[in-house]
Design a protein around this ligand. Structure first.
Ligand SMILES: Nc1ncnc2c1ncn2[C@@H]1O[C@H](COP(=O)(O)OP(=O)(O)OP(=O)(O)O)[C@@H](O)[C@H]1O
Length: 282
């Protein structure tokens, strides 16, 4: 797969420039065409900064960033939608990116309608942006990022303000784009979202502390069908070691395995857990 972003020893200081304040520290990372990368970490760990660096919004202080392939055709969603919404109305805002991308005027209404529908933003196109709720603004900013058909998306906690149904709409819309080949970098605090990615990277104090698959992050070295010591701890895995909470279905799976239930798959989502339990009962 073609590399899109390659970071070598990337360093970035906070505004003070003090080494102790560094926000990215010697980061070595390559993100390739077609990947769906979930970026996780506590508040202040450097997730937004990393996305801004990849998006070319913040220059590095040290090290290198090479950008290739579809890294030049990106759609971005900022953590705070107010920092990115520019139109007075919903329609104007979602068309802004289309104008910049020189999309013919006659194509705009249909493309805008499709993008708004795909994230499930059900408001009138002439609704003033200032009347939208925080979550509706977040949906609008996701629609604005995907409307141009960008081949790479940088999404900074795009579901942080969304209700469960809207969160699902956005996840499904982004998963559909990923299935069509779009590269996705998605930062999140929500552990239940990382199972949609095919790669997880974890940051801690600006350093990369994990880089692997969701299964490795959530189940460590455990393999389906293996048994564990019933008196032992839950399965050791980077998610727990790094102090994050397991997603609920994964925690249930860990407990089932510890109780001697021979799960044949490693569920990441609630429906996969149901399927895994169902298959044991058949
Ligand atoms: N413009 C800025 N000026 C100075 N320091 C900054 C700036 N932006 C971020 N920082 C610092 O960089 C560090 C990483 O911040 P960043 O926003 O990247 O973290 P994050 O992981 O996205 O956090 P959160 O989950 O709270 O959004 C923090 O210590 C923060 O104080």
């Amino acid at each position: 797969m073609v590399p899109i972003w390659t970071l070598k020893d990337a360093d970035l200081a906070a505004a003070s420039g003090d080494e102790a304040e560094a926000v990215l520290k010697r980061l070595v990372l390559t993100i390739r065409e077609g990947e769906f990368v979930a970026v996780i970490g506590r508040n202040g760990s450097g997730k937004s900064t990393l996305l801004r660096v990849l998006g070319g919004l913040v220059p590095l202080r040290g090290g290198e960033l090479a950008v290739g392939g579809s890294g030049r055709s990106i759609g971005m969603v900022f953590q705070n939608p107010d920092a990115q919404l520019v139109g007075e109305t919903v329609y104007e805002d979602v068309c802004f990116g289309l104008e910049n991308a020189a999309v013919p005027a006659e194509e705009m209404p249909e493309r805008a309608r499709t993008a708004l529908a795909s994230v499930g933003l059900n408001v009138a196109p002439d609704e003033p942006v200032e009347n939208l709720s925080g979550g509706q603004k977040q949906l609008l900013s996701v629609a604005g990022a995907i409307v141009t058909g960008a081949r790479a998306l940088l999404l900074d906690e795009p579901t942080a303000m969304l209700d469960p149904a809207s969160k699902r709409n956005v996840l499904e819309a982004v998963c559909r784009l990923h299935e069509g080949g779009t590269t996705v970098v998605w930062s999140t605090q929500a552990m239940d979202e990382i199972g949609y990615a095919d790669r997880v990277i974890a940051l801690d104090g600006g350093r990369l502390v994990f880089d692997g698959t969701p299964e490795q992050f959530l189940y460590g070295d455990f393999r389906p069908g293996e048994s564990v010591d019933e008196d032992g701890e839950l399965l050791p895995c980077p998610c727990r070691t790094l102090g994050f909470r397991l997603p609920y279905p994964v925690e249930v799976a860990h407990r089932l395995v510890r109780s001697g239930v021979p799960l044949r798959t490693l569920p990441l989502h609630p429906d996969q857990l149901l399927e895994a339990v169902d298959s044991l009962c058949r």
